[in-house]
Design a protein around this ligand. Structure first.
Ligand SMILES: O=P(O)(O)OC[C@H]1O[C@H](OP(=O)(O)O)[C@H](O)[C@@H]1O
Length: 331
């Protein structure tokens, strides 16, 4: 039997679930779609390895596993959407049936997620013309899918890649684009406005999309979008429907994750600033991971269901989610 870890003091979850939760929290697994995929995989592993001796015990284990995964990072709604989707497929009167349906549902989710990204890319590629220059922010697999599809269509695309402090995820984007042979100009975030004059599009992903069409994405997206609007550069958001945040239909706001000071200011650099007073607590650092771009600064949200003006995204949300909200383990 596999090693188990008590998650809430009463129900054990598999070590693989705890590992995945740690990887998400520490951003070894990151990016909204990748997080959703890993969470679904972890639930399947939990189902596969469960030692539950009754249907009730199995369901409690799966719900505890979902809660463990949910409590890692708060902003990307793809995580609770994935957990809810998988748990809704957990059906049957016996442990064997529950196991089988949960694993099948997780596999279906992961296949659909991959296909949605491909379809989204094909739709997004229609916005990109041969010879266009795209400015990117952070690293988004949904955004890159649009560029990949444009390249497959035979279009030549160039990219201006923002570094994206503090974690420099722009480097991941640059690496992927260079693998595809795309000419890349890497710039620090502060240079973005200067280089917008050379861009035909701003192309970003999303961690969550609110019902009013606001886009919650990596910190710096909103400033980029404001500058792009001022320069007349269209802003395109590539976001699978798994990024639509159902709770915002009933007025909830999206929690913005605040991350550790050390990502911005390593201890040795802090020591330099407060060299004369090592115990100085008058220096504080804020490190929000995301910001909110209002719909008026976004031209199009591209999903696998088509392209939407941000103000109309709520119609798609109602169709996909109805009015259902609540915690993913309370399915
Ligand atoms: O789902 P895909 O398009 O890959 O990524 C969507 C978004 O997830 C990332 O968040 P983080 O790096 O996990 O904080 C970035 O903000 C990126 O735009």
């Amino acid at each position: 039997m596999n090693e188990n870890h008590p998650s809430d003091g009463t129900v054990d979850v598999d070590a693989a679930v705890v590992d995945t939760a740690d990887d998400i929290a520490e951003m070894r697994i990151r990016g909204a779609a990748t997080i959703a995929d890993a969470a679904a995989e972890a639930l399947a592993i939990q189902a596969e390895r469960s030692d539950a001796d009754s249907p009730g015990a199995f369901q409690r284990q799966l719900r505890t596993a979902a809660k463990t995964l949910y409590e890692t990072r708060p902003t990307a709604v793809s995580l609770p959407n994935a957990l809810r989707y998988v748990l809704r497929g957990m059906e049957g009167e016996t442990v064997a049936d529950l196991r089988e349906t949960t694993i099948a549902r997780a596999e279906e989710f992961r296949t659909d997620l991959e296909q949605a990204q491909v379809t989204l890319g094909e739709i997004g590629a229609n916005r990109l013309r041969d010879g266009d220059v795209v400015m990117t922010h952070c690293h988004s697999t949904d955004a890159l899918s649009c560029i990949e599809a444009a390249l497959e269509d035979g279009k030549e695309i160039e990219a201006i890649v923002k570094e994206t402090r503090p974690r420099k995820q722009g480097h991941i984007t640059a690496r992927q684009l260079r693998e595809w042979g795309v000419p890349v100009t890497l710039v620090v975030d502060n240079a973005a406005r200067r280089y917008l004059d050379e861009a035909d599009h701003v192309l970003v992903g999303a961690d969550s999309i609110a019902a009013d069409g606001s886009v919650i994405n990596k910190i710096g997206t909103s400033g980029l979008a404001v500058n792009a609007r001022e320069r007349g550069v269209p802003v395109m958001v590539a976001a699978q429907t798994i990024k639509l945040h159902p709770d915002t239909m009933t007025g909830q706001t999206v929690e913005i994750e605040m991350r550790a000071e050390e990502e911005v200011l390593p201890p040795e650099e802090r020591a330099d600033i407060v060299a004369d007073a090592p115990n100085d607590d008058g220096l504080s650092v804020e490190n929000p991971a995301f910001d909110v771009t209002p719909p008026r600064h976004v031209d199009a949200i591209v999903t696998e269901r088509g392209q939407f003006p941000p103000e109309s995204i709520v119609t798609l949300m109602r169709e996909l989610f109805g009015e259902t909200t609540g915690e993913p383990w309370e399915v």
